[in-house]
Design a protein around this ligand. Structure first.
Ligand code: HEC
Ligand code: HEC
Ligand code: HEC
Ligand code: HEC
Ligand code: HEC
Length: 268
C-alpha cells in the first residue's frame, strides 16, 4: 500500500516536471496573448524566440513572473507577476539568476553610476534578443555612445589573448568529441572557467582584468596539457594498432607458406 502511494507521488512529480519544462519551451498564455498584440507588446515575443534564453527554457514568466497557465490571472501580482523593471532596477532583475555577474557589475564604474546613466545589462545585451556573450560586444560603435572609446579599447586588448586561448581549447574539445572521446570533465572545467572569465569583464577595470589574466591563462594551459595527453595516448594507440595489424598479416603469410610447402611435399 505504501509502495503504491509512493509510486503515485513519484509519477505525479514526473508529470509535473514534464509539464513545467514543456511550458518553458512552448506556447504559454503569455506568448499566445502577446503574439496577438501590436508594437512593443508583441516584439518581445519575436526577439525572445531567437535568444539564448529561449534555447535554454527561460521563458517570459522566468523573467517577469506571473502565471503562464491562466489567461485571466496571468499578470496578477498575486501570481508573482513583477512587470517590467525601470532602468536602474534591471541589474537586480537579471541578477536573480546571474549572481556572479551581478556582483562584479555592482562594484564597477557602470554599476556605481547606474542612477546617472551608467550602462546596465540590457544596454549591452538587450532585454529579449539576448545572444551568447562574445568579446565583439565590446566595439567602438556601442561603447562610445556615452564616453570615449579609449579605456573600453584597453580592456578589449587585455582580453583578446585569453579569449583566443579559450576559443582554441573549445575547438580541440570539439575535435575530440567528434572522435567519440568522453570530454565531459574537461568541458565542465572549461565551462566554469569561461563563465568566471566572462563575468570579469563587468568590472570594466583594466588593472583587474590584467592582474587576473595570468591565473586564467595558467588554468587554460593545464586544460591544454590534459588535451595533449589524450592526443598522445591516441597516437600511441594508433602505433600499437598498426603493429597488431602488421603482426596478423605476417602470421597469415607464414601460415600460407607453411601450408603451401606441406601441399607441395604431399603432392610429390
Ligand atoms: C490576455 C492577454 C495577455 C496575457 C495572457 C498576458 N499579457 Fe502581458 N500584457 C498584455 C497587455 C494588453 C499589456 C499592456 C497593458 C498592461 O500593462 O496591462 C501587457 C503588458 C505586459 C508587460 C509590460 C508591463 C509593464 O510594466 O510595462 C509585461 C512585462 C507582460 N505583459 C508580460 C506578460 C507575462 C510574463 C505573461 C504571462 C505570465 C503575460 N504578460 C500574459 C496582455 C497579456
Ligand atoms: C531575460 C529576461 C526576459 C525575458 C525572458 C523576457 N523579458 Fe520582457 N523585458 C525584460 C526587461 C529587462 C524589460 C525592460 C527593459 C526594456 O524595456 O528594454 C522587459 C520589457 C518587456 C515589456 C515592456 C516593453 C515596453 O517597451 O514597454 C513587455 C511587454 C515584455 N517585456 C514582454 C515579454 C514577453 C511577452 C516575453 C516572452 C516572450 C518576455 N518579455 C521575456 C526581460 C525579459
Ligand atoms: C558595458 C556592457 C555590458 C554591461 C553593462 C553588461 N554586460 Fe554582460 N557582458 C558584456 C560583454 C562584453 C561580455 C563578454 C565578455 C567576454 O567575451 O569575455 C558579457 C558577458 C556576459 C555573460 C556571460 C558570462 C557568464 O558569466 O556567463 C552574462 C551572463 C552577462 N554578461 C550578463 C550580464 C548581466 C546580468 C548584466 C547586468 C548586471 C550585464 N551582463 C551587464 C557586456 C556587458
Ligand atoms: C530565470 C533566470 C534568468 C534570468 C532572470 C536571466 N537569465 Fe540570462 N541566462 C539564464 C540561463 C539559464 C542562461 C543559459 C545558460 C548560461 O549560458 O548560463 C542564460 C544566458 C544568458 C547569457 C549568455 C551567457 C553566455 O554563456 O554567453 C546572457 C548574456 C544573459 N543570459 C543575460 C541576461 C540578461 C541581460 C538578463 C536580464 C534582462 C538575464 N540574462 C536574465 C537565466 C536567466
Ligand atoms: C549607457 C551609457 C554607457 C555605455 C553604452 C557604455 N558605458 Fe562605460 N561608462 C558609463 C558611465 C556613466 C561611466 C562612469 C563615468 C566614467 O568613468 O566616464 C562609464 C565608465 C566606463 C569605464 C571606466 C571605468 C574606470 O573607472 O576606469 C570603462 C572602462 C567603460 N565604461 C567601458 C565601457 C565599455 C567596454 C562599453 C561597451 C561594451 C561601455 N563602457 C559602454 C556609461 C556607459
Amino acid at each position: 500500500m505504501i509502495r503504491l502511494f509512493v509510486s503515485v507521488i513519484v509519477f505525479s512529480l514526473l508529470v509535473l516536471a514534464a509539464v513545467d519544462s514543456a511550458l518553458a519551451q512552448e506556447e504559454t498564455v503569455c506568448i499566445q496573448c502577446h503574439t496577438g498584440q501590436s508594437g512593443s507588446l508583441a516584439t518581445p515575443v519575436e526577439e525572445w524566440r531567437q535568444s539564448i534564453h529561449a534555447a535554454n527554457g527561460v521563458s517570459c514568466h522566468g523573467c517577469h513572473g506571473g502565471d503562464p497557465t491562466d489567461f485571466a490571472m496571468a499578470m496578477s501580482p498575486d501570481r508573482g507577476f513583477i512587470g517590467a523593471p525601470d532602468y536602474a532596477s534591471v541589474p537586480d532583475f537579471c541578477g536573480r539568476c546571474h549572481v556572479g555577474v551581478r556582483q562584479n557589475y555592482g562594484e564597477s564604474a557602470h554599476g556605481q553610476a547606474v542612477e546617472d546613466g551608467g550602462a546596465q545589462c540590457v544596454v549591452c545585451h538587450n532585454a529579449h534578443a539576448v545572444k551568447k556573450a562574445e568579446i565583439s560586444l565590446i566595439n567602438e560603435e556601442d561603447c562610445s555612445r556615452c564616453h570615449e572609446y579609449g579605456r573600453a579599447g584597453e580592456i578589449k586588448a587585455a582580453m583578446v589573448e585569453t579569449e583566443q586561448m579559450i576559443g582554441s581549447v573549445e575547438q580541440n574539445l570539439d575535435r575530440l568529441h567528434q572522435l567519440g572521446i568522453a570530454t565531459d570533465q574537461i568541458e565542465g572545467g572549461l565551462f566554469d572557467l569561461r563563465n568566471r572569465y566572462h563575468s570579469l569583464f563587468h568590472s570594466v577595470d583594466v588593472e583587474k582584468v590584467r592582474s587576473e589574466t595570468d591565473g586564467f591563462q595558467g588554468e587554460l594551459q593545464e586544460i591544454t596539457q590534459g588535451i595533449s595527453d589524450i592526443d598522445s595516448q591516441l597516437a600511441q594507440r594508433k602505433i600499437w594498432g598498426g603493429a597488431a595489424v602488421a603482426l596478423l598479416l605476417f602470421g597469415g603469410i607464414v601460415s600460407m607458406l607453411i601450408r603451401r610447402t606441406y601441399h607441395d611435399e604431399a603432392g610429390h
